[in-house]
Design a binder for this molecule. Structure first.
Ligand code: SF4
Ligand code: SF4
Length: 506
């Protein structure tokens, strides 16, 4: 690779950015390649199919298994329904994902980058298409250098067309997570047939009905095409912050794809090594075939040591193992190992792999705690709730008869799919009573039993204005605890929320 930013200098100018070299990875077979195919196929299948999976939540509820319902401000994932006030669950999920990433990094370096990162998955897919159309490494390099002729134009047009189709599918699948997938696919298909009908009948096309979806599909498709088709390894090397952060999360005992120079050096071609060996001098196992560099999706020469551009994908291990098998030498010249182990071996000591270390233990314990807390809070999640907010200004109002009035905003929450009816009452300073409950212009009437009854429809919240009065003679309070109770008329379940009653008292 050419020298990166800020070092290419001559008398006239300083070059701040290295020119992008096209990397054309060579096809390789082996264990890590198979693993990468496995994750690629399964993750892409899950991504494209998941929006079409159904989940029966009963009447009046969306039937899509995974749905970000932005207009109604809900997120659905199977039996779980997250409301806006529960966004902390997303924080929890991010924490669990981060700790899992920390743990895998501390054990085996950037394996996330090499096997599971969407950038890697889609780039792999795009390179597969490129190889399928333009041929393997040598042919692609030759095509790059060839003058523009019919064959080159045909191949390039075909490649970019397939990339654009994949990008459209990718963008299209993403928007399906934000609306009913079947309905949206039907609507988008109608938009397309209408558009084609208008074009073929020489009419000016009208605005598509699902214009918002089309705009988002275009944005996501464009991003996929640019990142996976054009930028590729540049994203991993220059744009992604993860390689910079991971240095703080790992240590020399973490396994990384490592060239075992203790075994490989001095390197040289088979012929050269035979000549050297004939003189009685030592030779290494590396035959300097460059296969490990040519298969690398980021163009890294791992023999130069651990580098920021290495995504730990293991393809160079496959390539080198194949070569070692061909020349009849033991495999594992490149392997998941540590530089510490190489030093140990050079001193004649034993290999030592330490997946259990204080760092990995801390990450593991933190991860288990985070998963435990998430699970506990999900299992103990309430589907009804009451929130109370005391008026800030005025804190209280003194009536002419000496009584004191406090105003509150009470929000009743019903996350269930059935109607709930609650009675409202308060407990606090002796004599405190709810005297008025309203919602906008609507004022609730008391039941014959003297209770305010509030009906909360399924899957809704209701914001009420509640007035609490402390009658004259008892009103000499400054700030006393006040608890609101909402009791379900059907089940008897009682919800409560505490606040304070404010008054002019000393
Ligand atoms: S593939 Fe193996 S033998 Fe060939 S250059 Fe790389 S390390 Fe050396
Ligand atoms: S050096 Fe090896 S492990 Fe690192 S990115 Fe290249 S092929 Fe993958």
């Amino acid at each position: 690779m050419s020298e990166p930013a800020a070092v290419q200098r001559n008398d006239e100018h300083i070059t701040l950015f290295a020119e992008q070299e096209n990397i054309h990875p060579l096809k390789v077979s082996g264990t890590f390649r198979k693993l990468k195919w496995f994750f690629l196929v399964n993750m892409l299948a899950a991504y494209y199919i998941a929006p079409f999976l159904r989940w029966d939540r009963g009447p009046n509820a969306p039937g899509q298994a995974i749905l970000f319902d932005i207009p109604n401000r809900r997120f659905y994932m199977g039996p779980i329904e997250i409301w806006p006030q529960e966004v902390y669950y997303f924080t929890g999920v991010l924490m669990v994902a981060s700790l899992l990433l920390f743990l895998t990094t501390a054990v085996a370096g950037r394996v996330w980058c090499g096997f599971w990162c969407p950038q890697t998955i889609w780039t792999d897919l795009f390179v597969m298409v490129e190889r399928w159309i333009e041929g393997d490494r040598r042919k692609r390099i030759a095509l790059d250098k060839a003058p523009w002729n019919f064959d080159k134009i045909r191949k390039r047009v075909l490649k970019h067309s397939v990339w654009i189709v994949i990008s459209w599918w990718t963008g299209g699948a993403l928007v399906l997570y934000f609306a009913d997938a079947y309905q949206l696919v039907g609507g988008l298909t109608t938009d397309v047939t209408t558009f084609l009908g208008q074009i073929f009948s020489l009419q000016i096309p009208t605005m598509p009905v699902y214009i918002t979806a089309w705009v988002w599909i275009s944005i996501f498709a464009g991003t996929t095409y640019l990142l996976a088709g054009i930028a590729r390894e540049q994203v991993c090397i220059y744009m992604c912050p993860w390689p910079r952060i991971q240095a703080a999360l790992t240590d020399p005992e973490a396994l990384n794809v490592t060239y075992r120079y203790d075994r490989g050096e001095p390197r040289g071609s088979v012929k050269k090594q035979q000549k050297v060996a004939a003189t009685g001098a030592a030779t290494g196992d590396c035959i300097d075939c460059n296969q490990c560099v040519w298969v690398c999706p980021t163009g890294t020469d791992i023999r130069l040591g651990m580098q920021l551009s290495c995504i730990n994908c293991g393809l160079c291990i496959d390539a080198c193992n194949n070569i070692m098998a061909k020349v009849g030498r033991p495999t594992g010249l490149i392997a998941f190992d540590t530089d510490l182990n190489i030093e140990r071996r050079m001193k004649g000591d034993q290999n030592s792999f330490k997946p259990v270390r204080p760092r990995t233990l801390i990450y593991l314990v933190a991860l288990l705690i985070a998963i435990g807390l998430m699970g506990w809070s999900l299992m103990n999640r309430t589907v009804t709730g009451i929130n109370v907010l005391h008026d800030r200004n005025p804190l209280y109002v003194e009536e002419g008869d000496g009584s004191v009035m406090n105003g509150f905003t009470v929000r009743m929450l019903n996350m269930e799919r059935k109607n709930r009816r609650f009675t409202l009452h308060v407990k606090g300073p002796d004599g405190a009573k709810i005297t008025k409950v309203s919602e906008g212009m609507f004022v609730f009437k008391k039941s014959p039993e003297g209770l305010f009854i509030v009906n909360v429809k399924p899957d809704t919240t209701r914001e009420l204005r509640v007035i609490v009065v402390l009658r004259a003679g008892k009103a000499n309070v400054r700030s006393e605890p006040l608890t609101f109770f909402a009791k379900d008329l059907e089940t008897g379940e009682q919800l409560s929320r505490s606040d304070f009653f404010k008054g002019p008292g000393q």
